[in-house]
Design a protein. Sequence first.
Lengths: 554, 315, 229
Amino acid sequence: MTVTTFDPMHVPTEAQSSPNFLESAHGIKSWIFTLDHKRIGIMYLWSILLSFLFGGIAALLVRLELLTPQKTIMTADQYNQMFTLHGGIMVFLFIIPSIPASLGNFVLPIMLGAKDVAFPRLNLLSYYFWLTGAALILTAICTGGIDTGWTFYTPYSTRTATSVIWMGLGVFVLGFSSIFTGLNFITTIHKLRAPGMSWFRMPLFLWSIYATALIQILATPVLAITLLLLVVERAFGLGIFDPKLGGDPVLFQHFFWFYSHPAVYIMILPGMAIVSELVATFSRRPIFAYKSVAYSSVALAVLGFLVWGHHMFVAGTSEFSTVLFSALTFLVAIPSGVKLFNWLATLYKGSISFESPMLYALAFIFLFTIGGLTGIFLGTLSIDVHLHDTYFVVAHFHYVMMGGTIFAFVGGLHYWWPKMFGRMYNELAAKIAFAFVFVGFNVTFFTQFILGSRGMPRRYYNYPPQFQTLHIISTVGSWIIATGFIMMAIYFLRSLRHGKKAPDNPWGGLTLEWHTHSPPITENFHNTPIITHGAYDYEHPDAKAFILQTQGKI
Amino acid sequence: MNSEATFFMPPAISTYAGDVDQAYYWIYYLSVFLFVAMVGAMFYFVIKYRRKNSLEIPSGPQHSTVLELTWTILPFFLVMAIFLLGFKGYLKMAIAPSNATEIHVTGRQWSWLFTYGNGVESTDQVLHVPKDHPIKMIMTSEDVIHSFYVPAFRIKHDLIPGQYSSLWFEAKEVGKFDLFCAEYCGTSHSNMLGKIEVMEPKAFETWLEHEHEEQNKAVAPEVLGQRLYTKFACVTCHTTDGSPRVGPSFKGAYGRTEKFTDGTSGVVNDNYIRESILQPQAKIVAGFQPVMPTFQGQLKDSDITALIAFIKSVK
Amino acid sequence: MSAIDTEVIANAKIEHAEHEHNPHLAHHFSEPEQQISAAKLGMWAFLAQEVLFFGGLFVALMVFRTWYPDMYRAASSQLNVPFGAINTMVLICSSLTMALAVRATQLNRNRQAFWLMAATVLLAGVFLVIKYFEYSHKFHEGQLPGHFYTFKEIPFDNAHMFFGIYFCMTGLHGLHVLIGMIVIGWMMVRAWRNEFSSQYYTPVECTGLYWHLVDLIWIFLFPLLYLVK
């Protein structure tokens, strides 16, 4: 391979002589034994989208049951299994891997100017771990199901007759998929940046993915050992979490939340990563206060490890520890706020266009603001006593996880779809689907804040009749969301065959992935890029020419 | 503060509910303000700075130390103020007054057992308390984690097996207020409902004494049996109206021939009932799961006799 | 094109020519140093993760030691301190032989590395044999976790918890020892085939790092489990 100059502001002039990565090999073996990060990312993409489908169906069924105060379509035991499945599938199979494993795997090496991640075989192994974890969870579903809630609180989970051991083993294995992905990304970012790409010349997407990876490798092992202990307790009566065997159920909660709180930052940081890219590209401006945004990602990762006790304010911990955790919880709000302000300042004096990826980024700002502000209510001790374990909490975390992460993920999917598959989807259909998903989301979940503050507890199969009207509204909202996602599935799948061929740079971005073909060749670049500018240097004299030459007619 | 329900909150019945609501509404109005400001700015910018021609490259500020410091430090002070607000309110809720009357609460799947100071035990899922007097609940669970939640009082705390936890409240108005279990505990988690009945102090004293007398009277076996039926939570799985739940209904069960899950069949008589109480996995009626716990060590022989009499009486 | 760009490219061209046919250089790395450095960083990240993994168990251990100090003392006194001490020395020696093996590969001495790694595996085997004796004694005495506990001589109801934690921690550690033995065995095969040199010894070095961590975990386990007073 020859190394030549490659100024990012100049268009690759070689004709595309190599086939793109999708065409370079055929047959199922070329996929399941691939070492190409782009193929691995795409396999992950279909896997997590399938998980989202199943988790989503479970959600629709839960909401159907909640149309009436008493039994609607299922028994109490079936309902308890349904909400457990919804949570378990969505958290472990879908949202934790979602952005890093699919979009991250695809985009990260290209954005760095690299040919692949540091450890391609480990990357493939990570995907195999995901598949194995999914198979174990499927086994759990088929051998009695699971009815503990995705949080597995003891001693209910050590005694219930459902398939906790298979589920625990499944999540344990999935944990290693996450850990190895994080390990790969950290090493790649440290060691495989293109010449000239200093840390502060990296796109902000990479800073957030890096922070995410730190959490993945440090927090996930704690979940792994927790679940292992749970499995051993069930199988051998270990006596660590079950009081009848001498153990302490609150200890389980400490262990569980020590991972699961940082886990929510594994979920949101990649979402914020995408929003930085979208806001920069669709405002044609560098992200305001780049360093501030970069540092805030790392700050979130660090602070995220210090606040797990805020899930346990009424669980029997000491008053001292509740007060300490409340104070720390407020600290963690600051970096999130900083990012929001910086994105808004990026819009100031920008040149804003409203293609579908940008709609999702703007929706993120809208929805994450609500999600973040409602976190303030929950961090406030006197208020949390009332709101804990009510629908207010359910609404809060859906606003940040779905309104935040999933909206960002979908925005990123729209943004990088042309790059991954070489096809444009139908933009009008995308805008319509966006409207359904956005409106449906707010109808479904804003009502749940009201349900919660009025006293409606979570995980309730039956409920007092005074809550029915709000539940009906929420359920109707879920149908609106579902409609939007069905439309999305249709236009995305159609685009694979019938979509217009995508230009190299449909959105006018400047980061390195837009310097490759759509889809890229297997090695990503014909020549190693040499970086001489920051990631969003729109005001560089050559930037305009670059955009003109690569954007094509869309 | 007015104790009427508001858009977001149930009526404020306890002495500290007003403080909780005040904190809630402070944060609520602050949140509305911040949301309007930020989303308003977003809409304003995207409209004002929308792309006018596809070739334009804008030029704008890329950082501002003053702004960055401001919007890091100002929110810091804001959130610290909110923290202190919550902390103050929490202290009031966490420390019971020294003159509080203690009532014991035991949670179990899926009902509440209340034990009053004079030994009265009640399993009718209604907690009676006097108005205008602090009550401290000493709580534990017999099995899994439950949570005692009274929305009208704004109070909640988990019931943990193997440990005691506590909460306190003072109700300012008479009335009946919802009690919910707020920690998922299995099949009938959402049926683990109760009421807090706040009474005038005199009425409460009268009620408590009356209960005490009733519970100490010698009673017919089937009456004692019925008390045990609620006290030991049989009611959560076995109804008396014929509808099957987790276990078969007791209505008309005595004397009936049942098929069991091991293929055998037999009559529901005294011996069968006794065996089911002490070794519940021995013969399970077909169509039901082997989930009944044993009451070995918890029920005396005379208790079992009373229960048999009660079940016999449910026709 | 700036002056910096020219220099970077010139250097890259020279180094690249030297490594044109390095069979160990993966296609996505541009220089061996980069690949070696990446491998080491990856290994350290993996070790950090292992520390957190065992860390959870150590926390559980400390929590129960704090809550039930008398039970812990009584149960811990059932453990065989001489065996534990021998195992500690055995593992420390095995770390030494492993470190020497890494050094040997750095000095192009594949055969020497092979024998040093063989010694490491042997010592690890001794460790596991001693653990086997300890475990079978416990099985015999009924000093087992949870449901299986039948030992009568510790005057505490919850003594089974100590043995539960003991088996979990030493079991998980033992599993890591076994995995280490297999990986070192594979390195031995490669050393026999003369695959390592001063230019390429990363796999052995990374294996060494893993082995040192396994040793380090035992060095914490031993006093906490065996030497409680």
